[in-house]
Design a protein around this ligand. Structure first.
Ligand SMILES: Nc1ncnc2c1ncn2[C@@H]1O[C@H](COP(=O)(O)OP(=O)(O)OP(=O)(O)O)[C@@H](O)[C@H]1O
Length: 302
């Protein structure tokens, strides 16, 4: 197995006497995208600070490419995008990247490619002060992609971006992972994360509640898949009597079933052409999984 780029083992972190993170353990492999999810105050930024080497550990160990956080070797392995990026307003996008490539001792010839990858080629020679928030965020991402990052650390990278910009943003992140970067990102956007990361880690009140693929976590939580059945006129009562479920508007029946029972139920309903006109399947969403593991009520997700 490939060595992880980032590994945390029983990491505890505290501000004075207040524990912010308790015994967190996880790893991120090269080419893997892991999303860190958690409510406000769950401990995401605190974990990031510790990985960057800005915070002493109250317990446990962190290794970045095998090095302790804060060492030169660990710093060189991390490219970081903070939640709020600010660049001097009078510099152009290209000048900003010239500055950061110089700072990292990286060749400048990659700048045109970086601008291209984040869709800023046309705006490269405009002052950053004229950029929209989305453009500044994309410039931030270009900055984080300088060199061949071993670990991309992205703190709520898409907050405030519109859906198209988000989509593009995750495309660029997928490309970076495809080139071998390990990616750890934090987010509150469950919908956007759902199909754009390899695994999710759920942090609640400083504790890691769960980590895995969405499928694995849905199974672990034993969350039901919902089958939405559309019945022929007059057939809904009979179907409900036989299969159970909840009725809506005369002809709709929602039936929850476990992952193990799903195939059998779909086969039985599929053979009901006389009584069923349509069948849709909704597997558990990341929102369902998140609620289950963080024990939050729906309002806390707003
Ligand atoms: N500088 C600080 N001094 C004292 N306590 C702090 C400090 N920074 C954070 N905390 C506390 O540590 C806990 C974790 O906070 P943290 O900022 O890591 O959460 P978060 O998951 O990043 O939240 P958000 O989603 O709101 O950014 C919270 O209880 C918070 O109040």
């Amino acid at each position: 197995m490939t060595d992880p780029v980032l590994s945390l083992s029983s990491v505890s972190l505290a501000y004075g006497r207040t524990r912010a993170v308790e015994a967190a353990s996880f790893e991120v492999a090269p080419g893997e995208r892991l999303a860190l999810l958690g409510h406000n105050g769950a401990g995401k930024s605190t974990l990031f600070k510790a990985i960057l080497g800005f915070m002493p550990l109250a317990g446990g160990t962190i290794r970045v490419s095998g090095h302790a956080p804060g060492t030169d070797a660990a710093r060189r392995a991390i490219n970081y995008l903070p939640e709020v990026v600010t660049f001097p307003r009078s510099l152009t996008g290209r000048e900003v990247l010239r500055y950061f490539t110089g700072l990292r001792g990286e060749p400048r010839r990659q700048i045109a490619d970086l601008l291209e990858r984040v869709g800023l080629s046309d705006a490269a020679d405009r002052a950053v002060g004229t950029y929209s928030k989305g453009m500044r965020q994309r410039l931030g991402l270009a900055q984080a992609l300088i060199g061949a990052p071993r670990l991309l650390l992205l703190d709520e990278p898409t907050s405030g971006l519109d859906p198209v910009s988000r989509h593009d943003f995750y495309g660029v992140i997928a490309e970076a992972a495809g080139r071998g970067s390990a990616v750890l990102l934090s987010s509150h956007g469950l919908d956007e994360i759902e199909h754009r990361t390899d695994r999710v880690a759920i942090l609640s009140q400083g504790r890691m509640r769960a980590i895995g693929t969405l499928d694995a976590l849905a199974r672990e939580a034993n969350l039901p898949t919902r089958l939405r059945v559309t019945a022929r006129e007059g057939a809904a009562d009979g179907l409900q009597a036989e299969y159970g479920g909840r009725r809506f508007n005369g002809c709709r029946l929602d039936i929850d079933c476990t992952a193990d029972a799903k195939l059998d139920l779909v086969a039985r309903l599929g053979a009901e052409a006389g009584r069923v006109t349509d069948l849709q399947m909704s597997p558990p969403t990341l929102g369902d999984v998140y609620l289950h593991f963080s024990n939050l009520d729906a309002e806390a997700l707003q």
